[in-house]
Design a protein around this ligand. Sequence first.
Ligand code: S3P
Length: 429
Amino acid sequence: MDWTIKPVKTLRGTITVPPDKSVSHRAIMFGAIAEGDTRVTNFLMGEDCLCTLNAFKSLGVEIAHSKGTVEIRGAGLSGLKAPKRPIYLGNSGTSMRVISGILAGQKFTTILEGDDSLSNRPMERIMKPLKEMGASIRSLSDGRCAPLEISPSKTGLSGISYNSPVASAQVKSCILAAGLYARGETSVTEPFISRDHTERMFEYLSVKVARSGCTAKVKGGSKLIARDIAVPGDISSAAFFIAAGLIVKGSELTLKNTGLNPTRRGVLDVLLRMGANISVMDQKEGVEPVGDLLVKHSLLRSTIVKEEEIPLLIDEIPILIIAALHAEGETVIKGISELKVKETDRVESMRFNLAKMGVSFREENGNLYIKGKVNGLKNAIFDSFCDHRTAMSMAIAALSAGGNSTVQNVNCVNTSYPSFYTDLMSVSQ
Ligand code: S3P
């Protein structure tokens, strides 16, 4: 499927931000191995999270769902059952990496498979620490990528203190999940703090997490005690409309129920620094903090995004590039190597598409340099590279192009934001 995007005069209205993908995944994963029943509300019915949901059904967990509400009968740490066939996880890196941590502690063998993109993403980053813990995990392809085969550990898992070379919440969550099955304590230290949804959900479900700076530690054998989970709106999805509201003249958008976890809201903090007119209203605390955002068209100025900020906004870099094109001065985004190992290489996908609009950015020593205040963005035919965030970023960029544009192969948005185009049309004037 393709989208046609027409230039808009302005954007006005209210959008209820779709449920958070990262929190939806974790609600299923940790609800499945908790003691007792969990009711998840505002669950993201996107393809990635449905892969996680189906994975746990294949592992014998009773799960019923209807319209964003999921009921999970927790199997406890040791109640999962051997699946009848390999588990397919589609495009979802979070599913593959975090579920591997849970499976490392099981007494049966599982094979995890993914689509072409997921089968080319690096898995050594979880295989190495899991092997150090005593897990039996191997790649059934080139030694580095999925499919992965995870068999019962010969020795049982032992806790480790792992210094992760990357700041990655997927890696951290994988190790902490395996830590529940390990002897002794398991700790992960990252170079910079990454999103802390796993730590928060563990704590919410009565598992103590010792946190200090960039380190999180859990005790083996800690039991998760089921509790209802209300998933916040996804700030990564809201980010497309935040940027659109700031860029398009005369815009005023309200984004309801946006997740505001301090380890996720980097995009908001960077845009505020760039002069964005965004007010946070009606902030509430739950498993995660949420609030409504009022976004008004703003004259943006450039900024420097530091390397330690990258994990706090990793998924928002494509749309930040679009915002930076509209800012006064040159924006620098430092330390972007992780952007190249997402659903696609997002440096290349954005470079390719922006060239079609007649603009470019510079990449030097792992940093991006984006000159702003571009005039006369050309309309064109864009390629999603089967990556949801590239597709949605280019749709927002096309709102201020010289004529009608097309974004091709947009089915990929079903992974995180199935109603994106409908929402965009509903606020376009
Ligand atoms: C996620 C962590 C991030 C992010 C991904 C979701 C998570 O990946 O890009 O979309 O839910 O833990 P990394 O851990 O690879 O940075």
